[in-house]
Design a protein around this ligand. Structure first.
Ligand code: ADP
Ligand code: MG
Length: 341
């Protein structure tokens, strides 16, 4: 028996659509893990989460929780908490009653409901507004009510589909930290969906990168960043310099791994090199970003930490160097147009 959530060859093909929305996805989410599905819009993240939650039937494959097949159970029989981008709270019920609703429906004894609601409101920092109506709350507070409502059942796992997508950046950062804290305090398996790579890197134990209905790579944030296995992952997770040094392959180097050299400033022995022209220099306080155009036309950038002196100017011809242990070599191939670094 495998603990945690496991999917085996899960596929979803919508009738009349030529490409499956989810295509043969096999994945294991360990007990207590914070797993994130990361990918661009339309890559199949919601469909995959929805099949695990039970709202979308599978075309083929299986999903097990702790070794038990769940893919034919109704959503409420799966014991999974779900939070979507839209809050979907009951507008005429107080915060506390919104959170208690499911427990009341399940005929949980009243003192038990009161205890659990108080505990969960404390967890999400809403004890002080427990008697307010949803419209008297900010967007961030409403989403916390949705989180509280999803975990009050003590579900086997919490599934969240872009739960912070509707919030502005400051609130999003704050709720990110709260979700991370909830994960630590509850020790529950969290499955989180986002198209925001920064959010994924910040929150996750592991990330599954989705592209076109398939998983490109599963790994820790550090593995995806330092050792991307595909061009798609290298370009979607973090920024990269993608250099064509060998046929059929692309050499990936992250911006902070590059050093820039003029002819008077020799490259250390054993380093890889490429020639480029500086196109722009942007001082950002804690670092300086030097935009580059390589001799093969590719664009890239180098990031120098604050305090690292440099004398480069836009228009300068430079040698870009890096240690080979800081490069990842991936197969070249077609990738969708992504924001160029
Ligand atoms: P994501 O959440 O990564 O943005 P989705 O899972 O929503 O991606 O969608 C994956 C693909 O499946 C997209 O091409 C989308 O258009 C398609 N799709 C999603 N829902 C349906 C549906 N009900 N009928 C037909 N196609 C759908
Ligand atoms: Mg989606």
């Amino acid at each position: 028996m495998t603990d945690g959530i496991a999917t085996a060859h899960v596929t979803k093909a919508y009738p009349g659509v030529d490409r499956p929305a989810v295509d043969d996805v096999s994945l294991h989410i360990a007990d207590g893990e914070f797993m994130t599905f990361l990918g661009p819009s339309g890559s199949g993240k919601t469909t995959m989460l929805s099949m695990i939650a039970g709202f979308t039937p599978l075309t083929s494959g299986s999903i097990t929780v702790d070794g038990q097949e769940i893919s034919r159970l109704k959503p409420h029989r799966r014991n999974l908490g779900v939070v979507f981008q839209q809050y979907a709270l009951f507008p005429h019920m107080s915060v506390a009653r919104n959170v208690a609703f499911g427990l009341t429906q399940r005929k949980v004894p009243k003192p038990e409901i009161a205890r659990r609601v108080a505990e969960v409101l404390e967890l999400v920092g809403l004890s002080a507004v427990r008697d307010r109506l949803p419209r008297q709350l900010s967007g961030g507070q409403q989403q916390r009510v949705a989180l509280a409502r999803a975990v009050v059942y003590e579900p086997r796992a919490l599934l969240m589909d872009e739960p912070l997508g509707a919030l502005d950046k400051k609130l999003r950062d704050q709720l990110q930290r709260e979700i991370a804290r909830m994960h630590r305090e509850l020790g529950m398996t969290f499955l989180f969906v986002t198209h925001d790579q920064q959010e994924a890197l910040t929150l996750s134990d592991r990330i599954a990168v989705f592209n076109d209905g398939r998983i490109e790579q599963v790994g820790t944030p550090e593995e995806l960043y330092e050792r991307p296995e595909t061009l798609f992952v290298a370009q979607f997770v973090g920024e990269s310099n993608a250099l064509s040094l060998t046929p059929g392959e692309v050499t990936i180097v992250r911006p902070e791994r590059l050093t820039l050299h003029s002819s008077a400033d020799p490259v250390p022995s054993g380093h890889q090199r490429a020639s480029a022209r500086v196109t722009d220099i942007v001082y950002v306080g804690d670092h300086t970003r030097i935009w580059l155009r390589y001799s093969d036309g590719a664009r890239g950038c180098a990031v120098l930490t604050a305090g690292v002196a440099h004398e480069h100017r836009p228009g300068d011809e430079v040698i870009v160097a890096w240690h080979p242990e800081h490069q990842a070599v991936v197969p070249s191939g077609d990738v969708p147009e992504l924001a160029a670094v």
